[in-house]
Design a protein around this ligand. Structure first.
Ligand SMILES: NC(=O)c1ccc[n+]([C@@H]2O[C@H](COP(=O)([O-])OP(=O)(O)OC[C@H]3O[C@@H](n4cnc5c(N)ncnc54)[C@H](O)[C@@H]3O)[C@@H](O)[C@H]2O)c1
Length: 338
């Protein structure tokens, strides 16, 4: 029943790892985050005798050479099977792009195993790889035929990765559901006991509605990019020293500052975001070269000679394609630089 809420996204929630495995076709081909074999109970047994490509998930490996290895794996084994990715956003983006492009597209099922991939990256069809140091420069739009979410996977996730997912949840709270922010602020629970299913559902509702309205990211879908212009630049410049969600949360702080500067956003919103980040241990400062960050923002695939950001005029009121000047960005960057 839940899946009906998510316009055009074929999302199923399952209880328990065994139930999840039972739902997967026996003769499928698998791309699996290698780390899961060590931490996920029953996965090794389930995969025994199946055709699989084990992937070492890292931003560095989200590249064309790994993609080519997956094409080889498909070429050697493909008859007419489905490709199933079991892993986080990196595994999903890479395997999804392989499925989108191999023989012009083969059936694809995503089993997200991180908070970030459950609430965000598995949905909406964006897939791809990094290229020449630019995030997701090569990619496509291709929705998975099914997304199977099992919260059991979260139990083995490292604290830092849970926090990373919280970065995107913070974004959803700011652009579309302030109740998430209120809940995070007033909760007496630690990171491991937060009501993640509720946050995932809220995020998926916001994302699926926006994606339905603007699948190819020409307009309203840009609101999901809040925090990402600066966030992607941080990821590029710090190369692996920050996770995607950590970079997005830092990007959010800089872009909140820009929102206050450009659109008169109430500074209280920034204070709220900072309190949440402090409460759950998301870092608010990094040490990086301002000029290098600026250079990476200029190079972002979404920017031409004009830099246009998604900013907030009020809480839950994102505005897309707001033109910003370099001097303004440089000023906003000081908020997050040590
Ligand atoms: N396609 C989209 O719309 C979209 C949206 C947001 C982010 N993204 C992309 O998603 C990526 C980030 O995704 P991510 O944060 O899931 O990263 P990830 O896939 O690297 O996973 C993070 C870490 O957790 C490990 N891991 C995965 N599942 C685990 C589990 N159940 N237990 C223990 N460890 C586990 C991985 O091995 C990895 O070390 C970025 O590349 C980003 O660009 C894509």
């Amino acid at each position: 029943m839940e899946e009906k809420l998510f316009r055009n996204e074929k999302i199923e929630f399952t209880d328990g790892l065994n139930r999840t495995f039972e739902k997967l076709p026996e003769d499928a081909l698998f791309v699996v985050d290698r780390k899961l074999l060590q931490v996920t109970e029953g996965l090794m047994t389930f995969l025994e005798g199946k055709k699989m490509y084990l992937f070492d998930a890292s931003e560095k490996n989200k590249n064309l050479s790994e993609l080519e290895k997956i094409y080889d794996f498909l070429l050697e084994n493909h008859v007419s099977q489905t490709l199933i990715a079991i892993g986080g956003g990196i595994t999903g983006d890479l395997a999804g792009y392989a499925a989108a492009t191999f023989k012009r597209g083969i059936p694809f099922v995503m089993v997200p195993t991180t908070l970030l991939s459950m609430c965000d990256s598995s949905v909406g069809g964006k897939c791809g790889v990094n290229f020449r140091g630019i995030k997701n420069y090569i990619g496509a739009f291709r929705k998975p035929d099914r997304i199977i979410i099992c919260l059991e996977f979260l139990k083995t996730l490292e604290e830092r990765e849970l926090r990373s997912g919280l970065g995107e949840i913070l974004k959803y709270g700011l652009i579309g559901n302030r109740l998430i922010l209120d809940d995070l602020l007033s909760s007496d629970k630690d990171l491991f006991h937060l009501p993640m299913k509720e946050y995932i559902l809220s995020g998926l509702l916001i994302k699926s509605e926006v994606v339905q309205a603007d699948y190819s990211d020409q307009g309203i879908r840009n609101i999901l990019n809040f925090g990402h212009n600066v966030g992607h630049a941080i990821e590029s410049v710090l190369e692996g020293a920050v996770t995607h969600g950590e970079a997005v949360a830092l990007g959010i702080l800089a872009e909140i500052d820009l929102s206050t500067m450009k659109l008169g956003l109430n500074p209280e919103t920034g204070i709220k975001a900072m309190k949440i980040m402090d409460k759950y241990g998301l870092r608010r400062k990094i040490s990086a070269d301002k000029e290098k960050l600026m250079e990476a923002i200029r190079k972002d695939k979404k920017n031409d000679e004009n830099m246009r950001f998604t900013l907030l005029s009020e809480l839950e009121k994102p505005e897309i394609k707001v033109m910003v000047q370099e001097a303004e960005i440089l000023e906003a960057l000081t908020v997050i630089l040590e």
